[in-house]
Design a protein around this ligand. Structure first.
Ligand code: ASP
Length: 434
């Protein structure tokens, strides 16, 4: 009998996790799920987080050091950043178009607004405070680590990327004077060993996603009546975010794939689906990174030199889903608190949401913290996030999925443009298998 591919197992486990969470909510057993089931999901996530930093360090040093053409790195970096910025700007624009068409704020009365946001004011204040610590200039300066070991320990992915790049370049330059091949070989073997660890960890992915999703539902279901009311009131806002994500993820990405690569639409999505499902379940691009790297290298055939550089960079700075969501949320909140935004303010959203999404950390729930910056920029009270906080986790799952897909897409396009895609054998082996 043909073995079921891993992504099907994950999908089934996701369904079971949601079902289990719902049944537990129905029988008032959410506490049991939160205490005993959710930690299994956290354990699985920790396993992935454990390997993300060493994987980036080892594979990036090995990738750069084995590169003979020094200008290639600059070219790859330039193309990636351009594509990352371009796709994010398009994503936000699509979000704005969709929210202006659907107008989810028009059905929200003042009474509903007060009802919904009153439960989340303390939460909103906490996030607004958190956003005050973020300064763009500080973030730029912070890319250079004063202590690379500190960067690895923290971890700060951009700092790790920066250090690994410099170490790789230094090893290449040194290779004229001494034999550095064995050092590069060590890094390369370590990177391969970590990828092997991804394969081992992915064997328990179905259990992990089951526990994560049961936990999410139990979290949301602590107060079921309030949640149902909330979902009803914010339905059109959520529909606007999801529709925009689908348009960007399917139409725009599909078009880019067709124009700039030889990788087929189905082939691409089949390859990245394990990473997408994990991003959806965990709401963290950073935790998903090892699986994204594995999918892109092994299933699409993107060269390690490209993936080890472009993907960690993307997981940190490229967030199409987050930018798009921030655009939709800003217009929605503004329209509920009135007056409606004019065109200049909406254009301002494209710029600020693009910057805010770059500054968003690749972990759950940070997109809404950075949204407060967008709201302040267009003169809307940033406490307005209280209105949408209750459903943020659900939308976080969706936007993280787009964030991860966008990273994989840019890596594929950049690699194609450099002739660095080596399609694997079309042997239909089950995904995630070693
Ligand atoms: N959870 C998102 C990510 O990890 C970031 C966010 O929008 O909150 O990509």
């Amino acid at each position: 009998m043909k073995k079921l591919a891993l992504h099907w197992w994950i999908l089934i486990a996701m369904g079971l996790g949601v079902g289990y969470g719902l049944i537990a909510t129905q029988f008032g057993a959410t506490q049991h799920v939160l205490e005993y089931v959710k930690p299994i999901g956290t354990l699985f996530l920790n396993l992935l987080k454990m390997i993300a930093v060493p994987l980036v360090l080892f594979s990036l040093v090995a990738g750069v050091a084995s590169l003979n053409d020094s200008s290639k790195m600059g070219r790859i970096g330039g193309k990636s950043i351009l594509l990352y910025l371009g796709t994010t700007a398009v994503a936000i624009t699509i979000g704005l178009l969709v929210v202006n068409v659907i107008q989810p704020g028009s059905g929200i009365t003042e009474e509903m607004r007060e009802n919904i946001s009153s439960g989340y004011t303390a939460d909103a204040t906490e996030r607004v405070e958190a956003a005050k610590d973020v300064s763009m200039i500080e973030q730029l300066v912070g890319i250079v680590p004063t202590n690379p070991f500190g960067a690895l320990a923290k971890p700060n992915m951009l700092q790790v990327v920066f250090f690994a790049l410099m170490l790789g370049i230094a090893l290449t330059r040194l290779s004229n004077k001494r034999n550095t091949a064995h050092i590069v070989e060590v890094f390369d073997s370590l990177a391969d060993a970590i990828i092997e660890m991804v394969h081992i960890i992915m064997k328990i992915a179905p259990i992990g996603v089951f526990a994560m999703l049961a936990g999410v539902i139990a979290d949301l279901g602590k107060n079921p009546e309030q949640m149902v009311e909330l979902l009803g009131a914010l339905l059109w806002y959520m529909v606007a975010v999801v529709v925009a994500i689908l348009i960007h993820g399917l139409l725009v990405y599909g078009l880019l794939l067709k124009t700039f690569t030889k990788v087929g639409f189905r082939e691409f999505y089949r390859a990245v689906i394990p990473a997408q499902l994990l991003a959806f379940s965990s709401s963290s691009s950073a935790a998903t990174l090892p699986v994204t790297i594995d999918c892109v290298e092994k299933k699409i055939g993107v060269d390690e030199e490209v993936s080890s550089f472009v993907l960690p960079l993307g997981a940190t700075i490229n967030m199409d889903g987050t930018g798009l969501y921030q655009g939709v949320a800003a217009v929605f909140i503004a329209s509920v608190y009135g007056p409606d935004l004019d065109l200049t303010q909406q254009l301002q959203i494209v710029l600020t949401a693009a910057l805010a999404s770059i500054g968003t950390a690749a972990v759950p729930g940070v997109g809404i913290v950075m949204l407060t910056i967008v709201l302040s920029a267009i003169g809307v009270d940033n406490q307005g996030i209280a209105l949408i906080l209750g459903v943020d986790r659900i939308l976080d799952m969706c936007r993280t999925t787009l964030n991860v897909t966008g990273d994989a897409l840019v890596a594929t396009i950049v690699a194609s443009s450099e002739g660095m895609v080596h399609p694997p054998n079309k042997d239909p082996s089950p995904e995630g298998g070693s």
